[in-house]
Design a protein around this ligand. Structure first.
Ligand code: SF4
Ligand code: SF4
Length: 505
């Protein structure tokens, strides 16, 4: 029987508790800056030009590639810029963005093309295509195109809906479930139909009682189970959730679909429902705004591309210097300021009061990091191997299975930024692997060239030999013919002499 708990992980109190988790709708922003790159997948290429008027829901960027989802205009208005702009990414680099200035009308394009409202009468391929052109991606953080994930999992037995929040302090999925419980349940029914799975489990943590009640109120499908699991960080990590719910261990280097499971975040299910049943592409999402510098945490339903500064104008922000984090305190990205915009995978923005940075001390070998690792790795050993750049050893200790959850760093009394070391080692491993592959390719190319030259040489030698033999044979033939002619001439001359002698006598 699967264990509803798991080894390791942390019980972390919500750092920003709130009595209210309503999903607040805010007025349309005057401007949106839409990034062309999701976290995972290929970058979309803009198909509009500066000065063009666009309608809400219109595709403004796409690419014919399964690892990319189109991007839609989230407001109606004029395209005022297409170019590089900072976007929320670890690298801190700029990325291609399309800026639209609103005309204040929110006029929609006709989105009923490829209509799948009566989805039960549609072929799965038609529905996958509707999900693709609606730009749906994983909204839990990864941002991987959903139509591709679903196609890979077609025919799988089980579906898991991840309704656990990724990290403490994020409440946008809970707010979404309370605002749209029927969309969640009907969205899961759409999934069951398309995938042909036997059952679906909605996994939800026990601290979200209001959301649990709402879902239970509208769920009367015996193929859908609402499973309450203990609130513990990292229960929402895909492989851990699968093990917790079904007792199935997804092998190292494999995915959920490899063991016959489709796992989707609950916000992705709602977006997929909107696309398939309501012909509504992905143009908005729920975002949590919280942090020690925000007096009251709030959840907003916000148009994609809205700027952080626009969102922050709806909360009470304390003055002073701030630390800005996107996607959670444990696994999120620290950002330089608020000059960013909401993308499909922006689930939260935390604004905390800036604190003095802590200095890392020597490892005291206390072993606390080892006890909290939810993947049952040995973080202490990984740290030593990473520090000494002994990548081979780190790989022997399954570094690639580290989900970078940050539990080990969180409990480390020496404040060692352990995850930074693992990220560094992974990057180094990737570099070394690429270099090795390049060397291997170069070696193969060299060996092939040598082989080709050797083959050409032997072919040339064989040709010369054949020519030599043919010439010899020809010369021998010519010689024998000449001998025959000479003999014939001799015979003729001899006959002539005989005749002359006879005439003379
Ligand atoms: S928790 Fe920190 S100090 Fe303790 S063993 Fe791990 S790395 Fe070392
Ligand atoms: S960051 Fe990696 S090593 Fe540390 S606890 Fe999480 S999974 Fe384990």
């Amino acid at each position: 029987m699967p264990n509803s708990n798991f080894k390791g992980g942390l019980k972390i109190e919500n750092p920003y508790p709130s009595n209210e988790i309503d999903l607040i709708r805010i007025p349309l922003p005057d401007k949106v800056v839409l990034p062309m790159q999701q976290r995972i997948g290929n970058q979309a290429i803009p198909c509009v030009s500066i000065g063009e008027h666009v309608l809400t829901g219109q595709i403004i960027a796409t690419i014919d590639d399964d690892r990319c989802a189109p991007v839609h205009a989230s407001i109606s208005g004029t395209v005022t810029a297409i170019g590089n702009h900072v976007y929320a990414h670890q690298s801190g680099l700029k990325g291609l963005c399309v800026t639209i200035e609103s005309d204040g009308k929110d006029e929609w394009v006709d989105t009923s093309i490829g209509c799948t409202e009566n989805y039960k009468a549609c072929l799965p391929l038609t529905i996958y295509d509707k999900i693709r052109i609606s730009g749906i991606v994983g909204m839990g953080g990864a941002g991987f195109p959903t139509h591709t994930k679903m196609r890979l999992a077609a025919g799988c037995k089980n579906i898991i809906i991840n309704a656990t929040e990724c990290e403490p302090g994020i409440t946008c999925d809970a707010a979404l479930m309370q605002a749209y419980p029927t969309k969640v349940i009907r969205g899961v029914e759409v999934l069951l139909h398309i995938i042909g799975a036997e059952k679906a489990i909605i996994a939800i943590e026990d601290d979200k009682q209001d959301s649990i009640n709402e879902l239970n109120k509208y769920c009367n499908n015996e193929r859908i189970e609402i499973k309450v699991i203990p609130t513990k960080y990292t229960s929402g990590a895909e492989k851990i959730l699968i093990k917790t719910l079904l007792g199935i261990q997804v092998p190292s280097g494999k995915f959920a679909s490899d063991v016959g499971i489709l796992c989707l975040n609950v916000a992705t299910v709602v977006a997929m429902f909107d696309a398939v049943v309501e012909n509504r592409p992905l143009i908005s999402r729920a975002v949590t705004l919280a942090g020690s510098a925000i007096k009251e945490p709030k959840n907003f339903q916000v148009r994609l591309g809205a700027t952080y500064d626009y969102l922050l104008s709806f909360v009470d922000l304390e003055e002073g210097s701030h630390k800005v984090t996107m996607a959670g305190l444990m696994m999120g990205i620290n950002l330089k300021g608020t000059d960013y915009s909401v993308s499909k995978n922006t689930n939260c923005i935390f604004i905390d009061k800036a604190q003095e940075s802590v200095v890392a001390q020597e490892c005291i070998r206390c072993g606390m990091c080892n006890t909290v690792c939810p993947v049952e790795l040995l973080p202490q050993q990984l740290y030593w191997f990473s520090k000494s750049e002994n990548i081979e050893k780190a790989m022997d200790y399954n570094l690639l299975d580290c989900i970078e959850c940050g539990c080990c760093s969180y409990v480390c009394p020496s404040n060692i930024p352990l995850v930074d070391y693992y990220q560094f080692s992974k990057a180094l491993y990737k570099k070394q692997t690429q270099e090795k592959a390049q060397i291997e390719k170069a070696r193969e190319r060299f060996e092939f060239r040598e082989m080709r030259l050797e083959r050409n040489k032997s072919e040339r030698a064989a040709l010369m030999e054949a020519k030599k033999i043919a010439l010899k044979e020809k010369m021998a033939k010519d010689r024998s013919q000449k001998e025959k002619i000479d003999a014939a001439l001799e015979r003729v001359n001899a006959a002539k002499i005989d005749n002359m002698e006879e005439d003379a006598s």
